[in-house]
Design a protein around this ligand. Structure first.
Ligand code: ATP
Ligand code: MG
Length: 630
């Protein structure tokens, strides 16, 4: 007998149109779709063709009748020590003000609006106001350097850019306006208007005729009512860049109807979430997780959402959990990188607060290693649920669909394929499908991609086809560029990115497998393994480690002893073939601004090559340290 989830999943693949027609009932349509999926021009999939809807209407307006007074947005900043709660009614009013201001600045359906902002409520108003008007937002992570911003401005060609005087991180103010002004000097495209939110944190020089002050314009539109513009289901809602972990970021284009349906269905089916509950996602609106699970999905579901500006450890490592207590957070969503930050602190901070409202903690963005999962699970005594997806997909590809049926967690695995995703494991040399359990292969998705996934690369259909659909020999199938393994019960294990496979003397090893074994060492806080060219073995593994307590690697003798210890651990867990040729101790690892390990940069430096595009890197000083210690 098949389980409830198996039936649900099978129907989503075998009875695709019927299945998604049912899910489409979860949202409001101005005009119902005439066709569920048009896949007549693969790999381009059009979802809910003929339907018209509006993302902002589904996130706000349709809730007003039932929950105008309920919490919608809880904006907390431990940087400015401010906290403000907006009800659905208040959020509706603010989004109307913003939409009216954007209209006054000339923004119309199809225009792009770039949002370069810190984690403040106005950023949320801005995103929602754009989709209200059918304008296409393009959020650029706040604090990106001018060069990265300039190239995104030229790609999106925004009519208006919305920004703020400054962001703040760990008490350090980062002035945005000079970065934006510099970017606008570098970019070819110039916007008609720049809308500035003044938080009073930094100087904000204004250019007359181009730059406008939000507070002033808002005051002129306090009674504004801006109707939602109904757009075709396939109308783009936004563009967003991938994290740039493997190279130049890709501009992902998302539709409206498919995305709204996918998110609306994910809340009950994946997260087991309902209207009236509170979702706290610690990501940033600059990333896909922030788009989907800070802003859109919780609001579409009628939940309250927490927008948090600040570090997870400031004023101390208990801050997130105090928010859970105060607002009775039911769902929390974070990333392994943040948990590793907490792990450097006393677990006692996490248990000071009453977190009984919390159902589970979801983590995504990077492999969730078992020691980290175990640590956080013991610290908060809640289910820890890994979920695997990409900017490209917009919502999880693999996780537990606990709303459909309770599924058992397996540490090290993000669970089974989510409904709608026809996931395949492919032999990367032959393109053949691997159907047996426990075979390693490239994770791929048979088209059409389900609703919510990318429509194309912004203004570059060719790149969409050549990047994602042409790279597996003999197959027209979406390549995730990750590789993995599936066990007898359909649980997947992500082994790393396809270009992170190390080939040591003919043995193919995932960097993740080696990292996992090293991070089991009690003294290891973080580790990155890369393969570097080796004349003898083809490639050798190098391990870069951050230790919890610097005194264990304070001098050469203790470093040597620690290195031997780490090597022994790998030998015992994976075998000598996987043993790193060197273990190098550093105080930090190079990361993207979204907190992902930049292995390609480590590898390039280790091989004495040019590390390439580093515009997405968090802290360049980290790489110089690596260079010194090599
Ligand atoms: P780019 O595509 O520009 O190189 P990126 O792949 O890091 O950057 P994102 O879309 O932010 O950009 O990240 C998606 C990738 O993150 C996945 O393809 C996978 O490699 C990794 N990832 C995300 N979630 C998980 C997870 N739960 N387990 C393992 N890996 C994950
Ligand atoms: Mg990627």
């Amino acid at each position: 007998m098949s389980t409830r989830f198996e039936d649900f999943y099978r129907r989503s693949i075998e009875n695709r149109d019927l299945f998604w027609a049912e899910q489409a009932e979860l949202i409001d349509w101005q005009q119902k779709p005439q066709q569920i999926c048009d896949y007549s021009n693969p790999p381009f999939a059009k979802w809910f063709v003929g339907g018209t809807t509006n993302l902002c209407h589904n996130a706000i307006d349709r809730h007003l009748a039932a929950r105008a007074d309920q919490n919608a947005l809880i904006a907390i900043s431990t940087e400015t020590n401010t906290e403000k709660v907006y009800s659905y009614g208040e959020l509706h009013a603010e989004v109307n003000h913003m939409a009216a201001v954007l209209q006054a600045l000339g923004v119309q359906k199809g225009d792009r609006v770039q949002i370069y902002m810190p984690m403040i409520a106005e950023a949320c108003f801005a995103m929602l106001a754009c989709v209200r008007l059918g304008a296409i937002h393009s959020v650029v992570f706040g604090g990106f350097a001018s060069g990265a911003l300039a190239s995104r401005i030229d790609d999106a060609e925004p009519k208006v850019i919305i920004s703020a005087d400054a962001g703040s991180r760990g008490g350090r103010v980062v002035a945005y306006k000079p970065l934006l002004d510099e970017a606008l000097k570098q970019s070819t495209h110039q916007p008609a208007g720049v809308l500035m939110v003044n938080r009073g944190l930094a100087d904000m020089p204004m250019q007359a005729g181009r730059d406008h002050d939000w507070t002033t314009l808002r005051a002129q539109h306090l009674n504004a009512k801006v109707d939602c513009i109904w757009v075709e289901s396939t109308h783009p809602s936004y563009t967003l860049y991938t994290s740039g972990t493997t190279g130049k970021p890709k501009g992902v284009q998302r539709d409206t109807g498919g995305y709204t349906v996918a998110l609306a269905s994910s809340m009950p089916s994946i997260f087991d979430g309902q209207a009236g509950q509170t979702f706290f996602c610690t990501s940033d609106i600059g990333w896909v997780v922030g788009h989907s699970y800070i802003i859109y999905a919780p609001l579409i579901a009628g939940m309250a959402t927490v927008l948090y500006e600040g570090l997870p450890i400031r004023p101390d490592a208990g801050i997130w959990w105090s928010i859970v207590e105060k607002y009775k957070v039911t769902h929390m969503f974070s990333a392994p990188t943040a948990i590793r930050v907490l792990k450097k602190h006393d677990a006692e901070y996490l248990t000071r607060y009453d977190i009984s409202s919390l159902k589970a903690l979801w983590l995504a963005g990077e492999p969730l290693d078992e020691p980290t999962a175990t640590w956080i699970s013991e610290a908060i005594k809640k289910p820890i649920i890994d979920n695997y997806w990409q900017t490209e997909t917009g919502w999880p590809i693999m996780t537990l669909c606990n709303g459909v049926e309770k599924q058992a967690t397996r540490f090290g695995s993000p669970g089974k394929a989510v409904y709608g995703y026809n996931v395949k494991l492919i032999d990367d040399a032959t393109g053949e499908e691997l159907t047996d359990a426990n075979q390693k292969g490239v994770l791929a998705i048979e088209g059409p991609l389900p609703p919510g996934c990318m429509q194309t690369v912004w203004r570059d259909d060719k790149r969409f086809v050549s990047t994602y659909w042409s790279s597996i020999p003999g197959r027209q199938i979406y390549n995730t560029f990750d590789w993995g393994i599936r066990d007898e019960e359909g649980y997947y294990f992500i082994l790393g990115r396809t270009d992170d496979v190390i080939n040591v003397a003919g043995h193919r090893l995932g960097t993740r497998e080696i990292e996992e074994s090293i991070s089991a060492h009690a003294q290891v806080a973080e580790v990155a393994v890369v393969g570097v060219a080796d004349t003898l073995k083809g490639q050798a593994a190098l391990a870069f480690c951050v230790v919890r307590d610097a005194s264990v690697v304070a001098d050469e003798a203790s470093s040597k002893a620690m290195e031997a210890d780490v090597m022994k651990l790998v030998d015992s867990r994976l075998g000598a073939v996987a043993r790193p040729s060197r273990v190098i101790f550093v105080t930090a690892l190079p990361k993207t601004r979204s907190g992902k390990l930049l292995r390609r940069a480590l590898q390039a430096v280790a091989e004495g090559r040019d590390p390439g595009d580093l515009s997405t890197m968090e802290d360049p000083a980290v790489l110089s340290q690596v260079q010194q210690r090599l």
